[in-house]
Design a protein around this ligand. Structure first.
Ligand code: CDP
Ligand code: MG
Length: 134
């Protein structure tokens, strides 16, 4: 099924100059870019975007990281996009990241892991609306 997913290049990867290479990887894997923008999360937007994590021990760390610099957001489309992007990103845990995944290349730890992508069709719909509007 052709799917859409919300993809973020997080502040550590933007600051370190990896935007171009990450977008090349997405294009090489057959993703079409339908929308793209550069912006900065603030406290309110990060609470909305990461609402499912409010109250967890890492939430404040995640929030201050996401607000620490610019983020690049892309609306991506491809066959089976959600699954393929999660595979290309790599695991949230550094020790589980497969070599060659974006997080293995550009993730500095658990929190500063370089990229985000939606984890389901429902999340994608919600996240696309939050970042790009309805
Ligand atoms: O991003 P992903 O869906 O793979 O992981 P998540 O479990 O939904 O967590 C969202 C984000 O919170 C992660 O990408 C990390 O940046 C951060 N996180 C963290 O700082 N510490 C954890 N123990 C788990 C997640
Ligand atoms: Mg998640």
């Amino acid at each position: 099924m052709i799917e859409q997913s919300l993809f973020l290049i997080k502040p550590n990867a933007v600051m370190q100059g990896h935007v171009g290479h990450i977008i090349s990887m997405l294009e090489d894997h057959g993703f079409s870019i339908l929308k793209m923008k550069l912006f900065r999360f603030d406290e309110e937007l990060s609470r909305i975007f990461y609402a499912e994590h409010i109250g967890k021990e890492f939430f404040n760390r995640l929030q201050s990281f996401m607000c620490s610099g610019d983020t690049v957001a892309l609306l991506l489309e491809r066959e089976d996009a959600i699954h393929h992007l999660r595979e290309l990103n790599g695991d949230v845990l550094p020790e589980k990241r497969q070599p060659g995944t974006i997080r293995a290349l550009y993730g500095a730890g658990i929190t500063e892991n370089g990229v985000h992508s939606s984890d389901s069709l429902d999340s994608a719909k919600r996240e696309i609306e939050v970042i790009f509007g309805a």
